[in-house]
Design a binder for this molecule. Structure first.
Ligand code: COA
Length: 420
């Protein structure tokens, strides 16, 4: 439901309206986004048209704060399927393009746009809302918390002593890869919790086949395809490099997607086999990726960065907890605190490797925790015990946190496959 309210204290008579954008608002909408993200001013409307087209058919999810005709705040959401532990998916509301003009900041506009989007997401039946946060402090107040982490690897190629790839690798053009990549990606995203569908318009953009301004594509590089023994594509690598005066020559892994372990090994080995290159760098990778174990000398690989990646806000606790799998068996009563109401309640989780039930209960709680804490633990990326030590969960029955942690733990760290 769109809302109109006076802007906060100190602002004379201006009234801002929160509503979804129309095509007529495109230029102003995109200017607000571009300015907040410190992008150069576009010199024509091609950029706005491009972005609008990538929004379709979801303009009804492009929230804006309007000061008269001028867009002074933006928040757009996209539909995603989110992979949960065990390989099933849940519908997730992916929040992006969150900005408020510096002229209108700290007057509650983000809070109002967020309230509209979360209400719409809950109304649609989305299990969770997800986003990537530019700053840690923005989104906790809305119930989001870090749920997956990403790592950057740097590998000294000459010290790595990596054997060459053994499988079927094929240097293809980007245009040859384009029709094959979505099926490979869709298999790969289901292999690890945190995986996301890739919106169709993103393929051409991410492969550098379309570009907003008619100038340089957003990505320029090379691709290599991996096939299984039957000849089916099961992995691909996008990479780029450059050769200049610097004796250090870096190869950047822009995307390494593997639907099988064989493809994963061969694509990494390929990246490490390119001659002239001295160092290989790969960002946004899983934190527990087994890269050092591929090398003759594991010390040649260093994790140079590690940090929060996808933030998650649970909207429907029973749907979320019954969708995922569990490694062990146990029962625990969780009291979830959520001032916005969506996830609030006391739930009995009864889980085993065969499945789980999660139902509202009037029994006493074993553990009380805010929705943010459960969001951090949901995909297996963080332990409740660790969060409790920081004061972010309370145990009422001795051992209950251990039981809950053993249930929620996953073999692999969750990882988000897409930057959105
Ligand atoms: C993040 C952003 C949209 C927040 O806009 P805003 O106008 O401050 O939003 P609101 O007024 O609704 O803020 C709500 C609350 O969050 C707080 N808050 C907002 N941004 C914050 C930040 N970066 N750090 C700490 N607190 C923040 C506000 O102080 C306010 O607190 P209060 O309710 O206690 O008064 C805006 O600062 C912005 O456009 N930043 C640059 C682009 C960006 O980083 N976007 C996020 C992309 S993930």
């Amino acid at each position: 439901m769109p809302s109109t309210a006076p802007v906060g204290l100190g602002s004379p008579t201006v009234t801002t309206e929160i509503r979804t954008a129309t095509r007529d608002d495109a230029e102003s909408y995109l200017r607000c986004v571009g300015t907040a993200f410190l992008e150069p001013e576009p010199d024509d409307t091609a950029w706005a048209t491009y972005w609008l087209d990538t929004m379709r058919p979801d303009l009804d999810r492009a929230w804006g704060a309007f000061d008269g005709r001028q867009v002074v705040g933006t928040l757009r959401s996209l539909p995603f399927e989110l992979t949960v532990p065990g390989g099933r998916t849940v519908p997730a509301d992916g929040v992006t393009m969150v900005t408020v003009a510096a002229t209108h900041r700290r007057r509650g506009l983000l809070t109002r746009m967020m309230a509209e989007d979360l209400a719409a997401a809950a109304g649609r039946g989305d299990t969770a809302s997800i986003l990537l946060a530019s700053e840690w402090r923005i989104y906790g107040r809305y119930g989001y918390a870090p749920a997956t982490e990403g790592a950057e690897w740097e590998i000294d190629r000459r010290a790595a002593l990596c054997p060459p790839p053994a499988g079927r690798l094929e240097a293809v053009t980007v245009r040859e890869l384009r029709p094959l990549a979505p099926a490979v990606y869709d298999r790969a995203r289901l292999r690890r919790a945190g995986g996301l569908t890739r919106p169709a318009p993103r393929w051409d953009r991410d492969l550098g086949l379309t570009h907003p301004t008619g100038e340089k594509p957003e990505w320029v590089g090379r691709v290599v395809l991996h096939r299984d023994a039957a000849g089916e594509p099961d992995g691909y690598l996008r990479w780029h490099s450059g050769w200049g005066d610097d004796p250090r020559i870096e190869l950047t892994v822009d995307e390494l997607v593997a639907a099988t372990d064989e493809a994963w090994v061969d694509l990494w080995r390929f990246a490490l086999a390119v001659d002239l290159v001295t160092h290989v760098r790969a960002a946004g990778r899983p934190v527990d990726e087994a890269v050092p174990w591929l090398l003759g000398d594991g010390r040649a690989a260093r994790q140079t960065r590690r940090g929060d990646q996808m933030w998650l806000r649970l909207l429907d606790v029973p749907a979320a907890l019954t969708a995922r799998s569990y490694g062990g068996s146990g029962r625990v009563v969780l009291e979830v605190l959520d001032p916005a109401g969506y996830a609030a309640g006391r739930f009995a989780l009864d889980a085993s490797p065969d499945g789980a039930t999660c139902v509202p209960t009037a029994e006493g709680a074993d553990v009380t925790l805010p929705v943010t804490t459960l969001g951090s633990a949901y995909l297996g990326g963080h332990r409740l015990g660790q969060l409790a030590r920081a004061g972010l969960a309370d145990e009422h029955r001795p051992g209950a946190l251990r039981v809950a942690d053993r249930l929620l733990a996953t073999d692999e760290a969750p990882h988000t496959t897409l930057h959105f």
